[in-house]
Write a protein that binds this ligand. Sequence first.
Ligand code: ZN
Length: 212
Amino acid sequence: MCVRAFAPAFACRSNLCLIPRTSVSHPSTYSPQISRRAVITIILDTSPQKDHYTLLGIPRTADVGTVKRAYHAFLLRSHPDRQHTASPASVSASTSPSPAPASADSVDIGRAKDAYHVLSTPALRAQYDAELVRVQKAAGPRPANVISLEEFEEDGSGEVLMWTHPCRCGGVYRVSEADLETGRHLVGCGSCSEVVWVGFEVVEDEKGDEEG
Ligand SMILES: [Zn+2]
């Protein structure tokens, strides 16, 4: 048995997110260490469907002024012109050292606009908040993030193969091979209450794949 990272159908569980995210698959040439037991291809990035608050990086209690400032800050960060004006004359077109994920940005800008509109309109916001609470209750423990198994670091030093990933609290998310084999995706931080959704897929070993 081995595991393979995959993108869940992260269409939003409700209508909270208006723009479904398209996951890009890139069959990854993975490290030989992992492939001795596991075939892992990675098709997740680390951006889950964020709710409006998470997207703008503000708390649920943020007032309208805060929402507005966060939205403007978001636009400034994301605006393509912004990224080009940093050093106007120095960058030639041929070799750009910092490839910006332009398409992802434009999607995010659309979502940020939507987030700003909803959160700065009291009636819409109340409706949105209620729906958010409802969805999160229904969904159980809410992963703070989606992290592909590729983002984890393999740790083969112990008796069992483990994968670890640092939590922003300074703690560690830890997944064992057994966890992967039982299809456990929700992994809690060892030090705080944060939970992440780990992207992978368990697949049966292929038998007789001796081609080539
Ligand atoms: Zn933590």
